[in-house]
Structure formats: structure tokens, C-alpha cells
Design a protein around this ligand. Structure first.
Ligand code: NAI
Ligand code: NA
Length: 396
């Protein structure tokens, strides 16, 4: 079929298998062009199909030659109906990995459930014995807690007071004022239940009890801090509470893994266009200004550049892993540079519907958004008939 983008708000209802494949190949080629450390040999990536998780899987496999096991939740294709992007990304990744002689298998299902955790443990036992790296990179609007059966829904709201600021509709370029009412206690607790560290903790409990974590195993989850302009809705809002919980969980897991010389870390990453971040109010305006400045400075990175740098220059230097005073790994250092943030703050005040096309990188934002779904990828012929019924070679 010939597949065209059909956008509805923060998502695109269609995806392009060839575009997704090309995105993955581009990321693989980027990693191969770098000087990679030995790093991980057997990695479990939870949330492996898009964004930072996919980049982590690619860096593990093509940077370190690791066997990788991916867990994700993606929609398979049906005749005339393309799969979700992460499905095609994973199909492309596993095809490339197998061609390179690398072990790559995956599990499609709800990572929050006990069932998928058990399935993953069984697969590790059967094929790998143990893993030395567990990347936790889930982003989801809801989670059913397997112990209570309760489904929690997250919200993106400020805490304590109404938040009013500018935002942009990145499709139309219209800059407007939005006001978001503060969350109540229940909404805060629900957001922490979805995006906090409880499920990461459950994973590590089960993996450790099953004996599938290697001596010296490392587990890493991803977090975000960001600037003053987004603080009230992000870091000091409901999602920030969840990230506080995630970061506290890292300390707890590190204690728990001491007897196997293991360690848990949170890496604070840069703001990037992903399916998760497009849905957060105010963030798209911030990202479009940030992209413009970081590209001008020659310090712009995407998911793959971020994660390759995380592995090479933070996690696997052979020495101690550098962290901030709170024990967090930082690869948001270039985003948070004082000169970059001063410039963002200045442009923020000047941003209007009329000025944003010059001040910000709306074009770059939109292109990245389309790329998430495999569209507008250079080198792909979108006039060509493509087979939507792509299978994932290592799907268990
Ligand atoms: P993403 O939306 O690209 O990836 C989410 C992944 O989770 C996908 O592989 C998806 O299949 C999987 N997933 C979602 N629900 C699942 C479920 N129930 N069971 C199994 N798999 C499931 O998100 P992104 O942006 O890569 O986020 C990953 C982490 O990075 C999140 O913790 C996020 O807060 C963090 N982060 C994101 C930043 C950004 O700007 N995008 C910046 C810094 C951190
Ligand atoms: Na991810």
C-alpha cells in the first residue's frame, strides 16, 4: 500500500515501515561511526521500541556487540492498517542485528504486568542466563498495578497553584496562553504510580529473586529536569513528583543490589521530541527554541547521540561513573548550559505566533515529529508501494 501521514493532535494514526527502518539504520550507522567502549554484553531493555529505549538497545548491540532482549507494547499491523512505529522500529532493528550475527529477541506486552516480567525472566534463563544491564525506559499514560489490580492514570498538571504560560500548537505554529489547574492529591498519587519507580522496583525484585542479574549488574532509568519556564508544569508538577520517586527508587535499588555488586542509576537526559514529550503542554515551545539555539551552537543531539554519549562518556569509561550531588548521571549538561538557558529565556519572552518561525526551530520540531512515525525521512520514496505486514524476526 501507499501510506500517507494522518495526524490527529499529538499522534499520527499511520506509520511508514520503510521510514521507520531508515531511522533505525541511521541510528545504527551513527553508533558504528563512534569510538565505543566494551560496555554491556547482555542487555535487557524495557521500553525498547522507540525514543531513548530504542537508542539504548541500538547502542548496546551495535556499540558493544551485546545480546539484547527488548520489551515493549506495540500494535502489530493488520491488512491495510500499518503497525505502530515501535513495531516497525523493532522489526528493522532485529533484522539488522541478526544480519550482524547478534542475538536479539523481544516480547510485546504490558511490562507493568507480572506475566510479562515472568515471560522475560524465562527467556533470559533459557537464552542468556543472566543480564548485566537493565535499561528502564517506559513512558505511558496509565499503569495497572499487578498487585492491586488498580489502573492509575497520570496527569500533567502543576501542584499548588494554577499555571499560566505560553504554549505552541506545533502543527499550526499558533502561540497562545494556557492555564492549567493544579492537581489534587489523588492525581498526584496516580501520576507517581504510573511514572514513578514502583514498577522499576518490581522488575528488579523479580529479576534478582530469579537470579538473572549478573554480578556487577547495572540498571538505569531516565529522568528529566529542564528549565525554569517549564518547572511549574514539569519538574515541580505531577510528572516531577513521579521523577522524584524514580530517583529515590534508584537509591533503594542500589542498596538492594550491593550483595551482587550491582548499581541503579538515573540518567537525566535532554528534552527531545518523542511521542511522550509532544503531549506535554509548554514543552513543544521550549523544545523549538532549544533546538534552534543548540543547533546554532553545534551541540544539538537526538536520542541516539544522547545515549551513545551516555554509554561512552558516563557509564562505561572504565572509571567511576560521574554523577551530580544528588547521585544522578547528567547528559542534559549541554541543554542546561548557562548561555543556552539564558538565550532560551530571552527568546521565550519574545515568542509570538508571528515571531516564532524566526526565533524557534518549528521546522525541526515538526520534522522530528513526522520522523517518529517514519515520515519525511530523507532517502525514502513515499510514492512506492510498501508492505505493511512486516514481521518482527525475534518476537517471542
Ligand atoms: P517513548 O514514548 O518514545 O518510549 C516509550 C517506550 O515504552 C516504548 O518502547 C513503548 O512501547 C514502551 N511502553 C509504554 N507502555 C508500555 C507498557 N505498558 N508495556 C511495555 N512497554 C511499554 O518515550 P521516551 O521519550 O523515550 O521516554 C522514555 C523515558 O525517558 C521516560 O521515562 C521519559 O520520562 C524519559 N525522558 C524523556 C525525555 C524527552 O524529552 N522525551 C527527556 C528525558 C527523559
Ligand atoms: Na523509550
Amino acid at each position: 500500500m501507499i501510506i500517507e501521514p494522518r495526524i490527529r493532535g499529538f499522534i499520527c494514526l499511520t506509520t511508514h515501515p520503510k521510514g521507520c527502518e531508515q531511522n533505525v539504520i541511521n541510528q545504527i550507522n551513527y553508533v558504528k561511526s563512534k569510538n565505543n567502549p566494551k560496555g554491556t554484553q547482555k542487555a535487557l531493555i524495557i521500553g525498547a521500541s522507540t525514543g531513548f529505549g530504542l537508542a539504548s538497545r541500538i547502542t548496546s548491540a551495535f556499540g558493544s556487540g551485546a545480546s539484547t532482549l527488548g520489551v515493549y507494547f506495540e500494535k502489530p499491523p493488520a491488512a491495510g492498517k500499518p503497525a505502530s512505529a515501535g513495531w516497525y522500529n523493532t522489526a528493522a532493528f532485529e533484522k539488522q542485528a541478526h544480519e550482524a550475527g547478534l542475538y536479539a529477541k523481544s516480547i510485546n506486552g504490558d511490562a507493568f504486568s507480572d506475566e510479562i516480567k515472568q515471560k522475560t525472566i524465562d527467556l533470559i534463563k533459557a537464552d542468556l542466563g543472566q543480564v548485566d544491564l537493565v535499561i528502564y525506559s517506559l513512558a505511558s499514560p496509565r499503569r495497572t498495578n499487578p498487585k492491586t489490580g488498580i489502573t492509575h492514570n497520570s496527569v500533567l498538571k502543576p501542584i499548588g497553584e494554577v499555571f499560566s504560560n505560553k504554549t505552541v500548537d506545533f502543527h499550526t505554529g499558533v502561540v497562545s496562553e494556557i492555564s492549567i489547574n493544579p492537581a489534587n492529591e489523588e492525581e498526584i498519587a496516580n501520576t507517581v504510580a504510573v511514572m514513578g519507580g514502583e514498577d522499576w522496583q518490581f522488575w528488579i525484585n523479580d529479576l534478582k529473586a530469579a537470579g538473572v542479574l549478573a554480578d556487577g549488574a547495572l540498571t538505569v532509568a531516565y529522568s528529566y529536569i529542564g528549565p525554569a519556564v517549564t518547572e511549574k508544569v514539569y519538574r515541580k508538577g505531577t510528572i516531577g513528583r513521579a521523577k522524584d520517586h524514580l530517583e529515590a527508587t534508584a537509591k533503594h535499588i542500589s542498596e538492594q543490589l550491593k550483595d551482587i555488586n550491582g548499581k541503579a542509576l538515573v540518567s537525566v537526559n535532554k528534552a527531545l521530541v518523542t511521542q511522550a514529550s509532544s503531549a506535554i503542554p509548554v514543552i513543544p515551545l521550549y523544545i523549538s527554541l532549544l533546538y534552534k539555539i543548540m543547533k546554532e551552537e553545534g551541540i544539538h543531539e537526538g536520542c541516539i547521540e544522547q545515549i551513545q554519549r551516555l554509554f561512552e562518556q558516563r557509564l562505561y569509561t572504565g572509571g567511576d561513573i560521574p554523577t551530580d550531588a544528588e547521585g544522578r548521571v547528567r547528559v542534559d549538561d549541554w541543554e542546561m548550559r548557562e548561555d543556552v538557558q539564558a538565550k532560551v529565556a530571552e527568546l521565550w519572552l519574545q515568542s509570538t505566533t508571528e515571531t516564532l518561525p524566526q526565533l524557534g526551530d518549528l521546522k525541526g520540531y515538526r520534522a522530528d515529529f513526522m520522523n517518529l512515525f517514519g515520515f519525511e525521512v530523507p532517502g525514502v520514496n513515499y510514492q512506492e508501494d510498501v508492505d505493511e505486514m512486516v514481521a518482527i524476526p525475534g518476537l517471542v
